[in-house]
Design a binder for this molecule. Sequence first.
Ligand code: SAM
Length: 308
Amino acid sequence: MQSETTKAELPRRGSSSSPADTNGSSHGRIFSAQMSDRDYHRLSKFIHDSCGITLPPAKKTMIEGRLRKRLRALGIESFGKYCEFVFDSGGMQSEHIHMIDVVTTNKTDFFREPDHFDYLTRTALPQLMLAHMPGARKKVNIWSAACSTGEEPYTLAMVLGEFAEVCPGFDFSILATDISTEVLEKARLGIYDHDRAVPIPMVLRKKYLLKSRQKEKGLVRVTPELRNCVKFRRLNFLERDYGIEDRMDVVFCRNALIYFDRPTQERLVARFLNHMAPGGFLFVGHSESLHGMDLSVEQTATTVYRKL
Ligand SMILES: C[S@@+](CC[C@H](N)C(=O)[O-])C[C@H]1O[C@@H](n2cnc3c(N)ncnc32)[C@H](O)[C@@H]1O
């Protein structure tokens, strides 16, 4: 999708409006390009309407910095021309996906907020299994919504894999979704800097990670077996139809709600609940809360909710 050609009018290299092929001064111009308040307003309104992310005025400098990379890649010398390209010349079709990659914050870690994984194995999974006849097969469907570069769903896959070894009849599926195609590409590859694996307990690292043959690269890769446990797919929370057919027993939607205003958060959580089985568990980030929302849930632990 990212390599798709566009019919939109990109400034042509070699034309006076294309600075990318000049003797280097264009890079200086792009480097120092400033965004007007009007252009920022236009861009932030578009981002809010298309993916629900609120970009307050205080984030302008950060967004300006991140978007400069797009200007450079396209050979466009000012934010004014970039806005003309995306809003007036039909460039949005090809640029939308890159814009989302630029504005989203993808910070994540293996075993981030580790008490959630303890709660999952000690409380949530045993309770889900209790509802079944001893020894009967039970498949638990899990959704890592807003999975970023994959550390969260791969952590889930390790934890559930371990649980499966001690719990006869237990089976699981993991769906991992995100709006950003760039993070999904990284997630599918499952290749990480060695340092990122530090929060993973050693016993699990040995079992589920492969070291790069070229040691100096300092990379690790999630084993094919673990990669096969997770199905990645693009999903924008604002889409009308999520295209999810399975009833989810566990949903992790952590550190993503924070980007939405309160009414949108409530609307989104209600939609997640529609995709969940009664008695299913919803985990949100440690700085997020469903307090005061009119939802059919009970809180069972800090930032953990159960669908009634
Ligand atoms: C900070 S990361 C959270 C990653 C992970 N859940 C964790 O807690 O470590 C937030 C993710 O939300 C995704 N996101 C933002 N807006 C979204 C939307 N409208 N639909 C789906 N995902 C979205 C971003 O692309 C980003 O990867």
